[in-house]
Design a protein around this ligand. Sequence first.
Ligand SMILES: Cc1cc2nc3c(=O)[nH]c(=O)nc-3n(C[C@H](O)[C@H](O)[C@H](O)COP(=O)(O)OP(=O)(O)OC[C@H]3O[C@@H](n4cnc5c(N)ncnc54)[C@H](O)[C@@H]3O)c2cc1C
Length: 302
Amino acid sequence: MEKIEALIREIVPESSIYFDEPMKQHTSFRIGGPADIMVKPSDVKQLKALCAACRDTGTPYTILGNGSNVLVSDAGIEGVVILLLDNFARIRVEDNIITAQAGALLSQIGNTALRHSLAGFEFACGIPGTLGGACIMNAGAYGGEMKDVLLGVTAMDESGNIREYEPHEMQLGYRSSRFAKEGLIVLEARLQLQKGNAEEIAACTKDLAARRREKQPLELPSAGSTFKRPEGCFAGKLIMDAGLRGFSVGGAAVSEKHCGFVVNTGDATAADVLELMHEVSERVNKQFGVVLEPEVKIIGRK
Ligand SMILES: Cc1cc2nc3c(=O)[nH]c(=O)nc-3n(C[C@H](O)[C@H](O)[C@H](O)COP(=O)(O)OP(=O)(O)OC[C@H]3O[C@@H](n4cnc5c(N)ncnc54)[C@H](O)[C@@H]3O)c2cc1C
């Protein structure tokens, strides 16, 4: 670790480096042990140099955005966590196109769209992630998905090559993308929106936020939908029908409000969540013959 530490110090200022950083402070689940080192690069040059330093020293690295779709192990994350968030979040607007860096929050992009009377991004405003995380997952809600608005995504491969991917190259499917499959780092994306009416955009965003508050357990930490939607049904409904509403392991519980969410009721560990997920999957499979696949990304030391 000494070698990578020295290299990181040459790349970013001391104030952007965090040692033994508790990941529970950087995840919406409020769960996760420490990352050996967490770094917040502020531009592509720093990010590229950090990845190269990790590669050269054989240090594993993990990219994180707002941590709203991850379950980090209690034993933390080995190596370097590279956080692309507020430090990497410039947004600019040209005509109907918004270009934003990966760390921009979807809500911030939504606010920018509203200020410029640009419609088409309302669906994403309540998703608590970054643009980078949303491209990786092809995030979607209320009938919209990133696929509908992405005009171009600039990403870096493992060798440090950077290029823009056009929509037909992105392989965007249900909660999947080429960026995830190939381990690409999303740097920036261009979003194609349409001129709209600011009042209507605001009203639509407000309506969707109200629907979220009504249906989802936003008052408790979670990572959103725990399982992907199985073909032809809803994970939450299967879990509810299996009699698992409120079912808990330690501090982790199937939400009483929405069975598709596992929530942290206070002091849940990653082990609690994993055991709960396992038990829920087993019971749903036994009763309905449906295999539930995690939507939340499970990361960190085994
Ligand atoms: C209350 C709640 C509601 C939610 N509702 C929805 C919803 O309606 N629809 C939906 O789709 N999702 C939803 N989510 C899940 C989550 O917000 C989205 O998947 C979001 O897009 C994740 O973004 P993030 O920045 O938090 O990613 P993170 O959780 O930080 O990372 C997720 C994955 O993406 C990778 N990653 C992140 N940034 C980059 C990057 N720049 N380059 C390469 N890899 C990267 C990480 O390595 C990780 O594997 C919800 C979550 C919560 C907590």
